[in-house]
Design a protein around this ligand. Structure first.
Ligand SMILES: [Zn+2]
Length: 370
């Protein structure tokens, strides 16, 4: 196996991120400051390093209740226009510093209306924050494009309203729609009217599926709802059998996913935390990438998982021996799968991504795979 690439080198590589939650990526220090500003007293601690540790421990605890509790704290402080602008702006700057050149960041507007903001005001504030963050990143020497996905919660009944919001802001960097939340008991078909509306509007959406719940959830997301991409989709591996000689046989659903080039938005650390994968080394991403599924690498929740695109790529390089060719392949997969007009995707691949990896290969030829 070739030597793993170092985080110092990977941070400089151009990256594309399709699955990142705004309320899962706050800086711990910002969380403490915002809580103080709005008088939220529910944080487990206001000592910043302790708080960061508490999030990581809760996410790794194996308890879904503790994992979900982490989001009650982040959304509790994201209830004012100022807070949303700050969180969105810092998100863009943090992604830019991580080498991300294109990202789609998602959030559920309905989780930010506890005080007096309307759904429209929530979206406007996040859009303004993204714009401010992009400008600040540019000043710091980074080129980044960030678009938004609006998420509806699976257990709630506001999905059509959120889908309508996506269409209303489609010319303002709202790239598409998503549903998230507990899979079991809340199949995506509950929200068919929202997906049908999006399709009639020639708009794009992804669905969290195949994370906690297996193949039926993936099948519904694709064949009933018409999802363009799958959030995680890790359990598609349950429809693949590998014999002793390493030959893989794909079931009909897995074959469909591969043949149709359905993008899988995988987030290795998060998948281990939620039990969708046993460990990074045993993560199905290794098999799925070898079988040439349209696999992409994502962060999901940077705060809870204590991760970044750089740390995820570094862990995968260590576990599977990935070199620059492999990381470029994952990155191009993601760019091809973005909810961005074709010509703009091509432009980023040809003028930013490929030259970026060419430069890295030239600087460390031994790290490239033979
Ligand atoms: Zn997610």
């Amino acid at each position: 196996m070739p030597t793993a690439l170092s985080a110092d080198a990977i941070v400089t590589a151009p990256k594309v991120l399709l699955h990142d939650h705004l309320d899962g990526g706050l800086r711990p220090a910002t969380l403490v400051e915002l809580a103080e500003q709005i008088g939220y007293e529910g944080l487990p601690t206001t000592v910043v390093p302790d708080l960061a540790r508490w999030f990581a421990e809760s996410a790794f605890s194996g308890s879904l209740e503790r994992y979900l509790e982490t989001f009650t704290h982040t959304t509790a402080v994201m209830q004012t226009r100022e807070a949303l602008i700050r969180v969105a702006s810092e998100c863009v700057q943090d992604l830019a510093a991580d080498g991300v050149v294109y990202a789609e960041v998602r959030f559920a507007p309905e989780l930010h209306t506890e005080r007096d903001l309307t759904l429209d005001e929530v979206v406007q504030a996040v859009l303004d924050g993204v714009q401010a963050g992009t400008k600040a990143a540019e000043v710091a020497g980074f080129r980044i494009r960030v678009r938004l996905l609006l998420t509806a919660m699976r257990h709630a009944a506001r999905s059509l309203e959120i889908a309508e919001l996506c269409i209303k802001y489609r010319d303002d960097e709202v790239a598409g729609f998503d549903i998230a939340g507990a899979e079991a008991g809340f199949p995506p078909t509950r929200h068919l009217d929202a997906f049908e509306y999006m399709r009639r509007e020639n708009a794009h959406f992804t669905i969290h599926a195949g994370e906690a719940f297996g193949l039926p959830s993936i099948w519904e997301a694709l064949q009933w709802c018409g999802a363009d991409r799958l959030g995680h989709g890790v359990r598609i591996v349950d429809d693949i059998t590998v014999d002793r000689d390493g030959n893989a046989e794909l079931g009909r659903l897995a074959a469909y996913v591969r043949d149709k080039r359905i993008p899988l938005e995988m987030a290795p650390t998060s998948n281990v935390q939620t039990g969708a994968a046993k460990s990074i080394a045993e993560h199905p991403i290794g098999l799925l990438a070898a079988l040439k599924f349209r696999v992409t690498i994502n962060t999901d929740n940077r705060l809870m998982s204590g991760c970044s695109m750089t740390s995820e790529m570094t862990s995968l390089s260590e576990a599977f021996g990935y070199g620059w060719d492999d990381l470029q392949w994952f990155t191009v997969n993601a760019m091809k799968s973005a909810f961005l007009p074709f010509a703009e995707r091509l432009e980023l691949i040809e003028t930013v991504i490929k030259p970026g990896y060419d430069r890295l290969r030239a600087a460390s030829p031994s790290a490239a795979r033979p």
